[in-house]
Design a protein around this ligand. Structure first.
Ligand SMILES: [Zn+2]
Length: 553
């Protein structure tokens, strides 16, 4: 997802850009969780017994009355015998019937969750399916992509321009799904029937287009890799298409672009950032994770979203974030923020996916950090460092980056700029850029096409760096204090320690003593800086996200 404007800084930034904010403040309030939050956010017994293998979402999208009707065939493997299945679909959408092996099944609704009673014994290891018939007028997004729902607009020629966006709010806003991130189908077919003259672009590759006698057509898109539920998308418009091929690490990658008819010339110029993005990210993170499904950039009626293999784009064909450099350094004007950021999510969000919404930093911290690696690749290390350090002005330290588990609750918007600075700090600790690159590529290999927890990522990074990083992550992900490098004179001795930190914080740090760089291993206990000159001037390397202060006593 893109930066969430629920934090005031982004609200300010975006208000400046003329966007409006209706429903974003709710996130900032003290959360009180309900049974519905638990049904949505936890792996309930009615979810745990079955493993998703395949979806066929087959829908008709009708811009005339803002309705969606169709079926979702859910194929699953039985892990344990159980006959009650949870399917999620949020009102006002409703399930009409559920069919298994030709028989209608009983089901009951509990808010956004629907419990289906399966008629037949579910044998472990067997693969079965249910066909869910549903429809209605899904929630309309008040502020896409930050508030979930459908967006029904028209282009300048009066043709419909329709898209969904629903990270956080959930795929179940518009189609019946197992709406928890831990489980993904191995593949998916998305069939979308649209009015005459319009094109649907969804995820994966276009398998075929069926023309119907009444002038409507059905587009069949097949995704041959696991896909997270919020990544599934429909984009319906009078699109024009152009394409190119990219010679990447895994061979030839198809790049397909879909934009509104009037924007072809602008897009052909602006989308030159796509091969530049792939070159930088394949270098840092390894091969693009979905060669089989191609890479697409699709114009949408909102700013942007990381829909897997069909990144949506609405940045007005200009550099920066709606024309602005979020770092305030000038480096953010060198690239199209939406192309770089949303595509970075193909590695961190679509390849490596959080299991619980509380761990959204795995998507946003690495992806915001990826913006600086794009600069590093094309403009050098100094430019990259200036950019990520420049983003510190956006950090609020209002609440921890990790949210509450099991209730579909995300943490602070600091997961963007602070998370990026945490990773930039970790790169300093590793102090070996090739090793660091190997670790980032290793993450994408180790967790290839998987859903993960924070613990898995932390453990991997600890193992690969050869350091116990638990206090480091406790500090930056679970605490709001900025650690302070504190020093003082004790007689003739120069003493130092970490202050304003978690109890066992022990991060090594690069300090300039009278201009000379020196590595120290501070803990929260005072230590003597051996051999320090009498009138020492201390400065902490600015690449570390910490503060420094001389203690008065
Ligand atoms: Zn993002």
């Amino acid at each position: 997802m893109k930066r969430n404007p629920s934090t005031t800084i982004f609200t300010r930034l975006l208000l400046g850009a003329g966007l409006c904010f209706g429903a974003v403040q709710a996130h900032a309030q003290t959360p009180e969780f309900t049974r519905q939050d638990t049904l949505r956010g936890s792996i309930t017994p009615e979810r745990a017994w079955w493993d998703l293998t395949y979806y066929h979402l087959d829908v008709e999208v009708n811009p005339t009355d803002s309705a969606i009707w169709g079926t979702n065939t859910i194929q699953y493997k039985v892990l344990e015998p159980h006959q009650r299945m949870q399917i999620d679909l949020q009102p006002p959408m409703r399930i009409q019937k559920v069919v298994q092996n030709g028989k209608d099944l009983q089901f009951e609704q509990d808010g956004n969750a629907w419990f289906v009673q399966l008629g037949e014994q579910q044998e472990p290891d067997s693969v079965n399916s249910v066909e869910v018939h549903y429809g209605g007028k899904p929630q309309v997004s008040e502020n896409p992509p930050w508030s979930g729902g459908l967006t029904w607009r028209y282009d300048s020629n009066g043709r419909p321009f329709v898209a969904n966006s629903n990270q956080g709010d959930g795929a179940s806003l518009w189609w019946p799904a197992k709406d928890h991130m831990y489980d993904e189908p191995d593949s998916m077919l998305i069939s979308v029937k649209v009015p005459k003259g319009l094109t649907d672009v969804s995820n994966g590759r276009l398998r075929k287009v069926e023309q119907h006698a009444d002038g409507t057509s059905t587009f069949h898109w097949f995704v041959s890799n696991p896909i997270n539920n919020y990544g599934v998308n429909v984009n319906i418009a009078d699109y024009v298409h152009f394409s190119e091929k990219y010679q990447g690490e895994k061979g030839e990658l198809d790049l397909d672009y879909y934009v509104l008819r009037g924007n072809l010339a602008k897009a052909k110029k602006q989308f030159k950032d796509v091969p530049r993005m792939l070159e930088a990210f394949e270098h840092w993170f390894g091969p693009y994770p979905f060669y089989e499904d191609s890479y697409k950039l699709v114009e949408a009626p909102y700013l942007g979203m990381e829909h897997q293999s069909s990144i949506t784009y609405g940045n007005n064909f200009q550099n920066g974030y709606l024309g602005r450099d979020l770092s305030g350094t000038g480096w953010g004007d060198k690239f199209d923020y939406i192309i770089i950021h949303e595509s970075g999510h193909e590695w961190f969000a679509n390849n490596i996916t959080y299991q619980d919404y509380a761990d959204m930093w795995i998507h946003e911290s690495f992806t915001t950090y990826s913006e600086n690696l794009f600069l590093d690749y094309h403009y050098g290390k100094e430019a990259a460092a200036a950019y990520v350090i420049g983003q510190r002005d956006l950090i609020q330290n209002d609440r921890p980056i990790i949210g509450a588990y099991g209730v579909n609750q995300t943490g602070s918007g600091d997961m963007y700029p602070k998370g990026a600075n945490m990773l930039h700090t970790l790169r300093q600790i590793v102090n070996d850029d090739e090793k660091w690159r190997g670790i980032l590529r290793g993450l994408n290999k180790e967790f290839y096409h998987q859903t993960v927890t924070t613990a898995q990522v932390e453990n991997y990074l600890s193992k690969q760096t050869g350091r116990d990083l638990r206090p480091f992550f406790d500090q930056y992900l679970r605490d709001v204090r900025i650690p302070e490098f504190q020093y003082r004179m004790e007689g003739n001795k120069l003493m130092y320690r970490w202050n304003n930190s978690v109890a066992d914080f022990n991060m090594p740090v690069n300090v300039h003593v009278n201009g000379k760089a020196q590595w120290l291993e501070p803990t929260t206990n005072w230590q003597e800086l051996k051999g320090a000159p009498k009138k020492a001037k201390l400065e902490v390397d600015r690449n570390f996200y910490v503060t420094a202060a001389k203690a008065t006593s």
